[in-house]
Ligand binder design. Sequence first.
Ligand code: SF4
Length: 239
Amino acid sequence: METPKRQLAELFDTLEARYGQQLPNWPTDPYFFLVWWHCGYPASDASCAKGWESLQSRIGLEPDPLLAANPSKLALALKPGGMVPEIRAMRLKEIAERVQKEFGGDLLAALKGLSKARARAALKKFPGIADPGADRILLFGGISPVPAVPSNCTQVLVRIQLGQEHENYGRTYSEAQEIIEANVPATFDARIRAYLLLKCHGQQICKRTNPKCGACPIAPSCAYFAGKMRGRPSPAQRQ
Ligand code: SF4
């Protein structure tokens, strides 16, 4: 009989065969990720990329030009990324100042010198960073191979292994983390690959509302699809 570990490894292979090899399309350095994250609002790959490009060409991305920039010019540079550019401009200044003053200008090196718990706590003090953001930075920054889960796709792994996700976001996030921790090798490569494939699948097919199970390559192995639900009936059972 297949173990859950083996089964999940095969599912990731199937997803990779469907979507191809995935690469992060955001900066993986912790400081630059924090800048990128505030380049767009609501934050998405597309909005952050637009704001990032504009910021890079008009002001610069390093702490010094961000600190020296006039706040209204900084806000103007962030405008292509979406709403509340003035607030995002102030947050970028806060990030730049803290990185200079508290982390000696090198956030990555400073985080690598801390325990995992202290690094996570330090990251969560930056504006807009909660557990999912901190885990993403720790994993992609090469600081610790934590079981990070894409924040807008927490439902995917839980559906595959357990059935219906919880309405409580924190609970679903924790369950997805537990599945990764138990079944995906604790290496940067394996967990980055898992994160990127789950993100891609959650955005394209296993969407939060109305997952397209009929088009899903892993439906035969999915507990949600099979109707092995906890608490609520599956869409298949409701029909
Ligand atoms: S079968 Fe449906 S619920 Fe399961 S992984 Fe595919 S899209 Fe998601």
